[in-house]
Design a protein around this ligand. Sequence first.
Ligand SMILES: NC(=O)c1ccc[n+]([C@@H]2O[C@H](COP(=O)([O-])OP(=O)(O)OC[C@H]3O[C@@H](n4cnc5c(N)ncnc54)[C@H](OP(=O)(O)O)[C@@H]3O)[C@@H](O)[C@H]2O)c1
Length: 255
Amino acid sequence: MDIVLIGSGNVAAVLGRKFVAAGHNILQVLSRNATSASELAYEWNTESANYTSLINKEADVYIIAVADRAIEEVVADISLPGKVVAHTAAAVDMSVLKKVTANYGVFYPLQSLRKDQEEMPETPIYTEAANEEAKKVLDQLAQSIYKNAVFEADYDKRTKLHVAAVFVNNFTNHIFTLAEKYCQQEGIDFSELLPLINNTFFRLHKASPGSLQTGPAARADMETIHKHREMLGKHPQILEWYDLFTERILKSPLS
Ligand SMILES: NC(=O)c1ccc[n+]([C@@H]2O[C@H](COP(=O)([O-])OP(=O)(O)OC[C@H]3O[C@@H](n4cnc5c(N)ncnc54)[C@H](OP(=O)(O)O)[C@@H]3O)[C@@H](O)[C@H]2O)c1
């Protein structure tokens, strides 16, 4: 398919690489950020533009990968009758694209994507569209990059998935960041924790997290908890999290 990518951040870069690897043709990278747009265009040997008035109107599909809050503003002056146009946001209703074309939809990758990743990790793609024609094209495009990982989700399901994703990825990563900072300040190598981190994730494939809780709070080992709290006196930010999680787990891992 001939594709125009709108946006030049993480999702545009990662999806663009997958599209090219699957044999699609990126006709244009359109982004307000001229530098990153031309970097991606150079990578894919194509053209870039940084004004919506210069949009290439010859593509089959237009993928809009800009900040959620910018989607409406970016499409305000774009009209692409007959073309398939989709955004990549979980938390934005597809109707934001209604005035651009009748063939609008969503192409949402449920994954944490970063431009600097060498390989795109396994990524379920959730599609939704205003009509059969657009849905078929978006599903075909998704299947061309992830054969068995294409699912359907309307706005309601997508936003619920997004909330859960914020917990399992964004918040977890913030906790890792705090732990890494603690390790640095205490002269411990964070990488010594990687086997534990790997096991924490690996066993989720086999059992429910609620049945897997271990640690001082799950055992109600109050003496150990007091010792930890004393040690964290000089790390007030981490102590705040320690107390919050400890209190919740003491009550019940599922409450
Ligand atoms: N990254 C993920 O893991 C992920 C996963 C699934 C879905 N998504 C969704 O994909 C979309 C893009 O996310 P991303 O992670 O690629 O974001 P990103 O790396 O921050 O890139 C955002 C892009 O939007 C542009 N932009 C921001 N504000 C703009 C505005 N007011 N007008 C025009 N362009 C604007 C940025 O341009 P500048 O460089 O000039 O700021 C940049 O090209 C979002 O809807 C997000 O919810 C992200």
